[in-house]
Design a protein around this ligand. Structure first.
Ligand SMILES: Cc1cc2nc3c(=O)[nH]c(=O)nc-3n(C[C@H](O)[C@H](O)[C@H](O)COP(=O)(O)O)c2cc1C
Length: 309
């Protein structure tokens, strides 16, 4: 089985990915957060630090793209191939954020199966790159996703990642596994499962339900517990307090160097919404932590929460 790191926009950038794989094992593949496709004359990929090869030497990545114009995909892929050598790309048609959806991008394109097919058809006809898709069940209704999957069966995609929620659900409620069953049976492509894998038990339950799925994508579960990929693979996790503490310390240093103290504080507060699970913080403790305004108080020795994981 393979474990994938999910793209999490604003979180799993190259600094995060590199720090993560310096400290934790078990992750086989990584998809980057999305980048906007453009026509060739408007592209400035030199600014796309997140996918500079020199920033991604520790682990191969698949750049994720977002857009809805077939020609823009071809232009962007060609430029990324010629500039950086990338040969595989993923298309995000699952992002549920309102500003994205309103522009018929991300999940906002899912009601328009014709346009989805047009993009895939153009990419497959005009390029020889490996192309994959990351999708939800639909924006408003699973029929949208079913229609898209039927059409995608006609094209040689690399794989399809499915997060079994509708766009309008955002990340709320439980995933709809019954509908995912239907999607899984309909698609002739390799399916990668993404959604709510927070523990080894979650993985085992879904693995029993879908014994033919070999690829599992971890997002928020890996943020909550960076040992999760190792645990799922049955690798020894050793002294978790000392390993997490070293990881956290290095992450603070990386952040400080790239974002300054204020940016680091902001990022750490966001991450503690996830780390609270590993460190067993209750609501009061989390509230207290989120009120801290000096970086020194966020270091492992000051926090104390990391001592007995
Ligand atoms: C903060 C955040 C940012 C995300 N950014 C992206 C993104 O850039 N591209 C994408 O395809 N999915 C994105 N997702 C969706 C995740 O990749 C994943 O499919 C989803 O969170 C469900 O998996 P999980 O429960 O393991 O997190 C994002 C999710 C979150 C919570």
């Amino acid at each position: 089985m393979n474990i994938w790191l999910a793209p999490l926009h604003g979180i799993t950038n190259y600094l995060f990915r590199n720090t993560l794989c310096r400290h934790f094992a078990g992750i086989d593949f990584m998809v980057t957060p999305f980048l906007p496709v453009q026509e060739k004359s408007k592209l400035n990929v030199k600014n796309w630090k997140d996918i500079w090869p020199k920033n991604n030497t520790l682990h191969p990545i698949i750049p994720q793209l977002m857009g809805n114009q077939p020609a823009h995909f071809v232009d962007t892929m060609n430029v990324l191939h010629d500039t950086y050598g990338y040969e595989a790309f993923n298309w995000n048609i699952g992002c549920p954020v309102a500003q994205v959806v309103h522009r018929k991008r991300g999940c906002g394109i899912m009601p328009y199966a014709d346009r989805v097919e047009e993009v895939v058809k153009t990419v497959c006809a005009q390029t020889s790159y490996r192309f994959s898709i990351k999708m939800r069940l639909g924006l408003h209704h699973p029929d949208e996703g079913m229609r898209i999957l039927e059409r995608l069966n006609e094209y040689p995609l690399d794989f399809i990642v499915i997060h079994p929620r509708l766009g309008e659900q955002m990340y709320e409620g439980t995933p709809d596994w019954d509908t995912f069953d239907a999607f899984y049976s309909l698609s002739r492509h390799k399916i990668i499962y993404s959604g709510d894998l927070f523990s080894v038990e979650d993985y085992q339950t879904l693995q029993q339900r879908y014994p033919n799925i070999e690829d599992w994508m971890l997002g928020r579960g890996l943020l909550r517990n960076p040992f999760l990929a190792e645990e799922i693979k049955g690798l020894p996790t050793g002294n978790q307090s000392s390993r997490f503490s070293k990881y956290y310390q290095l992450w603070v240093e990386e952040l400080r160097a790239s974002r300054g103290d204020l940016g680091t504080l902001h990022n750490l507060k966001e991450l503690w919404h996830y780390y609270r699970y590993l460190c067993h913080l209750d609501d009061t403790e989390l509230r207290h932590l989120l009120r801290i305004n000096t970086l020194d108080d966020f270091l492992p020795e000051s926090l104390g929460y990391i001592d007995d994981l």
